[in-house]
Ligand binder design. Structure first.
Ligand SMILES: [Zn+2]
Ligand SMILES: [Zn+2]
Length: 344
């Protein structure tokens, strides 16, 4: 007993508490669920209205996921796109992902709302970095509201600005980091829906912000090969990382998984916003099954609107050609019959 006490004092034999501490330190060095800062997705998003003239809902709905993380959604009656925007607050800087579909601050007071959520007053206000998931107008129309604000940097939305900001040598391979102080956000290029698409992984909360790359809505795929490569890169990225929720840019499904009519401004019994790590991991297989026009696989509805448009145009031209040919044939026959009758 005396020898054991002596050795413990010399730290040769760790005691049970010391062993637990050592094990704790070991687990702390590998990222895991236990380390994530928790948050809540217990929110009911405003559903818009069948008659938008009577809509009384706020232009911008704000949900505090936790005290440093905010999810904002534009009112369905101000824009059928009703995009989701994300504000992540760090100790040195805040990050706004997307600026929505409405430019006019009177219709959509985005910059004022974001400013009210940032810590600090006047010159001590926390600096803000504004980035986009991609260049489509419904994700950047609010940029102008931030352009003249002090301590705000708005990253350009065109492919050259995006590539130069994230500075990846082998775009779209690789992962860039945005440092907000005590909060690191990984930026992962995910082209396919659009060539400028970026997804974001917040190491503090485990939130994966997927824009229009993965969402409870139509997956609009412009470039299948690029989209598949993105899905494979993302699956490899999240494989050994904890993901609390996957949060996209829109909701277009109801709770049964059926799509609302395109441009619908009324979403009764809407699907929840959040998707899961499993959804991210099953995306490559779904994209592999995409026929390039329209494919439904499980919960994923994949569409290439340009291909559908071209195919529709080709079908319309072919139909006109066939109808014209049938008409000419009919007229010729009639002419021939008339001539035969006259001869008879
Ligand atoms: Zn888009
Ligand atoms: Zn969008």
């Amino acid at each position: 007993m005396a020898l054991e006490n002596y050795l413990r004092q010399r730290r040769s034999i760790p005691s049970a508490p010391l062993l637990l501490l050592a094990l704790g330190a070991l687990f702390a060095s590998t990222p895991g669920w236990s380390q994530l800062i928790p948050g809540s997705m217990d929110v009911h998003w405003n559903e818009g209205s069948p008659d938008c003239a009577k809509n009384q809902q706020a232009p911008l709905q704000v949900h505090a996921y936790n005290s440093q993380t905010f999810i904002l959604r534009e009112n369905l009656c101000r824009t059928f796109e009703a995009p989701f925007l994300y504000l992540l607050v760090g100790s040195a800087k805040a990050l706004l992902v997307d600026t929505g579909d409405v430019a006019d601050p009177k219709t959509m007071p985005l910059a004022d709302t974001v400013a009210s959520l940032l810590p600090g007053e006047g010159p001590a206000k926390l600096p803000l970095l504004v980035v986009h998931t991609h260049r489509h107008l419904d994700h950047r129309a609010g940029d102008a509201q931030f352009a003249k604000l002090p301590k705000v940097q708005v990253v350009g939305f065109d492919i050259d600005s995006v590539r130069s900001f994230y500075n990846l040598a082998d775009w779209p391979n690789g992962v860039a980091q945005i440092n907000l102080g005590d909060r690191i956000v990984d930026a992962i290029p995910t082209p396919g829906h659009n060539e400028t698409e970026i997804s974001f992984y917040d190491r503090n909360t485990g939130l994966f912000l997927s824009g229009d790359f993965l969402l409870p809505a139509r997956l609009l795929i412009d470039n299948t090969r690029a989209d598949l490569a993105s899905a494979q890169r993302v699956a490899a990225f999240v494989k050994n990382r904890p993901v609390s929720f996957v949060l996209g840019g829109h909701i277009e499904q109801n709770s049964a998984g059926d799509l609302f009519r395109w441009e619908s401004q009324y979403h009764p019994r809407e699907h929840v916003l959040q998707m899961s790590k499993d959804d991210l991991l099953s995306l490559p297989a779904a994209i592999r099954s995409f026929n390039g026009f329209y494919t439904v696989r499980g919960k994923f509805t994949m569409e290439n609107s340009i291909h559908i448009l071209i195919a529709s145009a080709v079908l319309a031209v072919a139909a006109i050609f066939v109808l014209s040919w049938l008409l000419v044939r009919y007229l010729r026959r009639r002419k021939l019959q008339t001539a035969t009758q006259e001869d008879g």
